[in-house]
Ligand binder design. Structure first.
Ligand code: ATP
Ligand code: MG
Length: 558
């Protein structure tokens, strides 16, 4: 390798790759083992996709493996519906996990370790209410106060903890806390709660348990059980790291290590599962997979490919500081990918009739069109042409301004793949709306080529009115009006920032007949209009297309 390319390789390595390469080189670890630990309390969103690409990507790059672990330690909000959707989405993104685990599978082991900590004098049962515990924790400036129950004997703690497990106490009556230091500068060290009582049926363990471990206690221990070498999480957990290490050290178990990176934030959307759930429950959207949602299933339905999402995650990189990514970058990744893979077709969303007066009304001609100029292997297709076509209503103007190069009386344009046509007259209805645009065509301009070097400035798309099909088209705008929907004044919520016009449904759009047998998630470029994906609601007699994105960046120009 020459020096130049070596340098280049170095600069493109992110900080996690550097850490891992170092650990491998120094023999700190033999192989790397990461995990993706979703809580099954909602559907995955684009932020999770970032974490998935990172965890699975690093393991793949360095020949290691990645576990999927459901962090199901809170029975109140969790459900198997979410477990299933999470697995589907990870697979769809193109990743497969080495092992599938559930934190709830470790409840027995975690319980035994808790007893071990009690026996070492490092944990105690506290009878204070959660409110009292919160108040006595102190603040960043002031130390906390020891609980009056802090000095219980080991025997009493063992007995009470066992009784907590047996169901003798109501929710909130007692907790198990680690006994560390109520005046530590790191608030997480002020006797953190390890277990709380929740009398709720768990989606996997049923009614076996009524005590549930807290994240800080369960997470590191679960990593350790699975021999996770690099436990990657988002920045807000950095102040939890010392506690993560503390538990592992006191128990003397496999030394997993935690590393933090900046969570992904994107403009014009929200990414907390709680808020996404609220959008679904309160019917602001049609479901978790509404094409306006930032969920993986919503993006899929919108027309995102897994490649485009992976490319986006790669492209934005891995940061150590919080940042905000422009929504346009997500769309850019989609546009780039669909440009390569989507066949071009013609569709007219807001039709007006165009009649060619000098074209034989009994003739239907077959013309040829390129399926994808970016990919020769996609070949050509036949498109039919007749004297009666549909064009977009806004491709004709009765009183055009200067520099309007599309159709107007006396003006000539190219019909894509077909002929030059010149507008000669129009028909109107009783209220003055144009109903038909009459043209003449130049037979010598077949294929859209100029017969004599004369130029036309405008090229418009069209479909044959005699054999086109009709469909429904859904156009989307951003779901929120504000760049930062979460940033609200007092008394308002993110719901006040919802864009009321984020969905527009067009019926009776006219499409090339080649689209008559499409199936959900098939993607096309409608020439001049954008990329479109077939929606799940599509039926043979009512095809529905979702606009994935426009052809050019329009997002920031509104
Ligand atoms: P939310 O706040 O949306 O509910 P969460 O962090 O509670 O998210 P988890 O199911 O606990 O959701 O997350 C699983 C993994 O995904 C965690 O490792 C978490 O750090 C990561 N993750 C969640 N949101 C993001 C994000 N916006 N960017 C990067 N990683 C994320
Ligand atoms: Mg979480």
């Amino acid at each position: 390798m020459d020096i130049k390319s070596e340098n280049k390789e170095k600069t493109t390595r992110n900080f996690l790759e550097e850490i891992i390469e170092n650990d491998l080189q120094e023999g700190k670890v033999e192989t790397i083992h990461t995990r993706f630990p979703p809580e099954p309390n909602g559907y995955l969103h684009i932020g999770h996709a970032k974490s998935i690409c990172l965890n699975f990507g690093l393991a793949k790059k360095y020949g290691g493996k990645t576990n999927l672990r459901f962090d199901d330690t809170n029975p109140v909000k969790e459900d198997t519906e979410y477990v299933d959707s999470i697995k589907e989405d990870i697979n769809w993104l193109g990743f497969s996990w080495a092992e599938e685990h559930y934190a709830s599978d470790y409840f027995d082991q975690l319980y035994l370790w808790a007893i071990e900590l009690i026996k070492k004098g490092l944990a105690y049962v506290d009878d204070q209410s959660l409110e009292e515990i919160r108040l006595n924790r102190g603040t960043v400036q002031t130390p906390g106060k020891n609980s009056p129950y802090r000095d219980r004997t080991i025997e009493e703690n063992l007995r009470l903890f066992n009784e907590m497990k047996q169901g003798k106490y109501a929710d909130g009556e007692k907790v198990l806390r680690a006994k560390i230091d109520m005046s530590n500068n790191n608030m997480n060290f002020r006797d953190p709660i390890m277990y709380r009582i929740i009398h709720t049926t768990h989606h996997r363990t049923g009614n076996k348990w009524c005590i549930y471990p807290m994240y800080d206690y369960a997470h590191g221990e679960s990593d350790s059980i699975e021999n996770i070498t690099h436990s990657i999480c988002t920045l807000e957990f950095d102040i939890h790291r010392p506690l993560y290490d503390w538990f592992i050290k006191q128990l003397g178990i496999f030394p997993s290590h935690q590393y933090e990176f900046a969570r992904l934030n994107i403009t014009y959307t929200v990414m907390s599962k709680r808020k996404l759930l609220q959008l679904v429950k309160e019917n602001y959207v049609s479901g978790w997979d509404d094409p306006r949602m930032p969920t993986i299933c919503g993006l899929r339905r919108r027309g995102y490919t897994s490649e485009s999402i992976r490319n986006f995650c790669e492209d934005i990189g891995v940061a150590k500081r919080d940042n905000l990514i422009d929504y346009g970058r997500l769309e850019f990744a989609l546009r780039e990918d669909l440009n390569k893979r989507a066949n071009r077709v013609m569709a007219v969303l807001n039709p007006i009739k165009l009649v060619i007066d000098n074209y034989d009304e009994n003739v239907q001609e077959e013309l040829e069109a390129v399926n994808n100029p970016e990919d020769e292997t996609k070949g050509m297709r036949k498109i039919s042409f007749s004297n009666t076509l549909y064009i977009e209503r806004d491709d004709f103007m009765e009183n055009p301004p200067k520099k309007y190069f599309r159709l107007s009386i006396g003006n000539e344009v190219r019909l894509r793949y077909a002929y030059f046509v010149k507008c000669v007259s129009i028909e109107k209805d009783d209220v003055g709306n144009v109903t038909v645009v009459h043209c003449t065509y130049d037979p010598l301009s077949k294929g859209g080529n100029s017969p004599d070097g004369r130029k036309v400035k405008g090229t418009i798309h069209w479909v044959n009115a005699k054999d086109c099909i009709e469909s429904e088209v859904r156009l989307f705008d951003r779901l929120f009006k504000e760049e930062l929907p979460d940033k609200v004044e007092d008394g308002k919520t993110f719901l006040d920032n919802i864009n009321p016009d984020s969905l527009k449904v067009l019926k009776h759009c006219k499409m090339e007949k080649c689209l008559k047998d499409v199936t959900p998630l098939q993607k096309f470029q409608f020439e001049r209009l954008g990329y479109f994906s077939v929606d799940y609601d599509s039926k043979q007699d009512n095809i529905v297309f979702n606009r994935c994105c426009t052809l050019k960046e329009t997002w920031n120009k509104n």
